[in-house]
Structures are given as C-alpha cells and as structure tokens.
Write a protein that binds this ligand. Structure first.
Ligand SMILES: [Zn+2]
Length: 209
C-alpha cells in the first residue's frame, strides 16, 4: 500500500509492518514476523521489484517480529543488513532476551541473520537518517526519510492516535519517554509504526509527550 511518494507499507507483513522506501536504492525497514518471506517477496514483485533490487535492510531492533524474515530476505537480495550494535547479541542469539520476550522468542522462532553493518553516530544510508531512540530495546533506532518517521516500536498507533509502546514490553521506560521527547523536536509529517497503520502527525506527538 502506497503511503505517499516513495513510501510503501507491505500488507503481507500485517501485525508487524515492513516498510519500503522506493528511492534510487530501494530500502526495507524491518522484516516482519517469521514465515512471511514468500508473501513479502510476492508483494515486492507486484510493486515491480525483484528481491535483489533491495540495496539495504534496516532493522530497528532485535525483536523476533522485526527480524523474522531478515535471514531469508538478506540471502535473496544480497542487501546490506544493518542493525543497532547494542541489539546484536540478541539478533545473533549469543544473549537471551529478558522477561516476557524470552518466552515469546521460545514460542516464535526467528532464524538469526548475520548483520553486515552497525549504525554509527549520525548514520545516513542514502537519503535515510538513522535516529537513536533507545528504550524499547537498548539499541532501538527510528529512521527519518524526508517528512516520514519510521518509528519501529518507539510508538504504536491505534484508531488514528499515537501511544508510547506499553511499559511491560520495554527494556527501559524512562529512556523510551526521553527518546519520544527527543524525536518530537524533529520535523516530520508522517509516522509509520510497526504496530498500527501510518498516521499524519498533526499534534498527535505533542499530545503523547
Ligand atoms: Zn519490539
């Protein structure tokens, strides 16, 4: 589904959305829940893309519903797979997730991809800017592209409103709140969360802060 110029939501990833930025170098943001790879590839083909047209895959954080098809899509596309350095041990499976997420990870298995590159300070990838937004996980990032913020699990949307991701799902609630305040100073018009459909910002961010 086209959100606006160059920005698409992949409906095959309903539940934990994958977004496509269709610039000179097509970029995927997150990879959705495990088991959706074939449907994601089919949807890319409907949009005129072969998997190997994807140049970069950007993971916002380590949760299984975001890295679920990373290994398959990386192998199909030969794209550079990016992730936050602090989340690497969880992505590569060298460290166990905490609390409820450990339970979820035993129920919903994601094959571990091999991350090619980690985000540096002020990281830009083509026209996309990586914004550190820790709190949901230690290394969580959001991605800014022109007037669109890809928010990962920093916030969720429901019935046209934005909410901070609920506390029990977060690594550090205080840091999450701080990240929301920091991002609020940036200029953007569209918010694309993983959970919930995209919304136009209006005053929704300010209401949440
Ligand atoms: Zn998450």
């Amino acid at each position: 589904m086209r959100i606006h110029t160059n920005v698409y939501l992949l409906e095959a990833s309903k539940g934990s959305y994958v977004y496509l930025v269709m610039g000179d170098e097509p970029v995927l943001i997150d990879t959705g829940m495990p088991g959706r790879a074939d449907r994601i590839v089919a949807e890319l083909q409907e949009l005129g893309l072969r998997p190997d047209d994807i140049a970069h895959i950007l993971l916002t954080h380590h949760d299984v519903d975001h890295i679920g098809n990373a290994k398959f899509l990386q192998e199909q596309s030969k794209a550079t797979l990016w992730a936050p350095e602090q989340d690497l041990p969880y992505i590569h499976g060298t460290e166990k997730r905490h609390g409820l997420k450990r339970v979820i990870a035993t129920l919903v298995k994601a094959e571990s991809p091999t991350v090619d590159a980690v985000y540096g300070p002020g990281q830009k990838i083509g026209n996309l800017e990586v914004i550190p937004t820790p709190g949901h996980t230690p290394g969580h990032v959001s991605v800014l592209y022109q007037d669109t913020l890809f928010a990962g699990d920093l916030v969720t949307s429901s019935k046209g409103k934005l909410k901070a991701t609920p506390g029990f799902l977060n690594w550090n609630k205080g840091e999450l709140k701080q990240s929301i305040r920091t991002v609020g100073k940036l200029s953007f018009d569209w918010v694309c969360p993983a959970h919930g459909t995209p919304v136009q910002r209006g005053n929704l961010w300010e209401v949440m802060v």
